[in-house]
Design a protein around this ligand. Sequence first.
Ligand code: ADP
Ligand code: MG
Length: 175
Amino acid sequence: MMATRGPLQLTLALFKPDITRVPHVVQAIRNRIIQEDFFVVRHKEVRLSRQDTEQFYEEHRGKFFYNRLVTFMSSGPSQALILAHEDAIKHWRALMGPTKVYKTKYEAPDTIRGMYGLTDTRNSTHGSDAEETAAREMKFFFPEFCQEDWYRVEEDRFRKGQVRLDEVKFMHNLF
Ligand code: ADP
Ligand code: MG
């Protein structure tokens, strides 16, 4: 655990259905998240319906891969996480690697998508791409989570490291 940390940012991460069915890959990605000093602020397993997925990926409606994307994303369970880190949005996307797996396997082989991605669609993980999308996506998966309250009440204590990892729930709790 780092001794001192700057202001934390929140982002929404998703383990997609291609990896949730492979427990050792889930564990490896979890280890990577902890190694990179992310805090896991919320975590839950979710099963997205086709309609949920269409809503989540609304921005991509009409693209050539849209139909295969929503079919894939509603094909099995996912795990949704709210992650905290300095510059969490960029940091998580850097750890995931670029979208397109076939290319990423050569260009960024150490990233999550480079290591575990199967195809350009089945690419292991999702990460919000900006603050506004992070806010919308956190609301989508964790409607009861209030970002403002978290920053007001908890951010400072997370930053000071007053947290403990619950390995079973894979979530950090304040102590
Ligand atoms: P990212 O997930 O990196 O933010 P996008 O928002 O562009 O990428 O796309 C959303 C998801 O749609 C991707 O993660 C991937 O699952 C799928 N996708 C994107 N581009 C392609 C493509 N060219 N071919 C197949 N699937 C794609
Ligand atoms: Mg995106």
